[in-house]
Ligand binder design. Structure first.
Ligand SMILES: [Zn+2]
Length: 113
C-alpha cells in the first residue's frame, strides 16, 4: 500500500489537524481516511457512518434511530478493524459483545480466532 503524506492533515468535518512541529511531511494517521469525499478523522468517520445509516432510514422513532446509530457504529468498527476481538470492538463502541457478534453476522465478517 502506498503511503500518503502531507504537511498537514485537516479533518474536513471537525477541523482537527495533524502536523509535525518542524513542518516535515506526516503520514495520514492510520485511523483517518481520505477519499473523493474529503479527509476525515476517526471520530468524524464514525459519525458519518452513523449518519449514513440514519439517512438510509429517515422514518424511525427516536428509539429506533438510536438503535440504528449504535449498530452502525459497531459495524463501522468491525469493518475498520476486523481482526480485533469482539470484546475490544464492544469497548471501542461502548457496546456489548452480543451486539458485536450480531453485527459480525450481518456483515459476514467472522471474529478472529
Ligand atoms: Zn473530524
Amino acid at each position: 500500500m502506498s503511503t500518503i503524506t502531507a504537511k498537514k492533515w485537516t479533518c474536513d468535518q471537525c477541523g482537527v489537524t495533524v502536523s509535525r512541529l518542524g513542518g516535515e511531511k506526516v503520514e495520514l494517521p492510520e485511523s483517518w481516511a481520505t477519499s473523493g469525499d474529503g479527509t476525515f478523522c476517526l471520530l468524524c468517520r464514525r459519525e458519518r457512518a452513523a449518519q449514513a445509516a440514519l439517512d438510509a432510514a429517515p422514518d424511525g422513532n427516536l428509539e429506533a434511530r438510536a438503535k440504528l446509530r449504535r449498530a452502525a457504529l459497531v459495524e463501522f468498527e468491525i469493518r475498520r478493524r476486523p481482526g480485533h476481538g469482539n470484546g475490544e470492538i464492544a469497548k471501542a463502541c461502548r457496546s456489548s459483545v452480543a451486539a458485536v457478534v450480531a453485527a459480525r453476522k450481518r456483515l459476514k465478517i467472522p471474529a478472529p480466532n
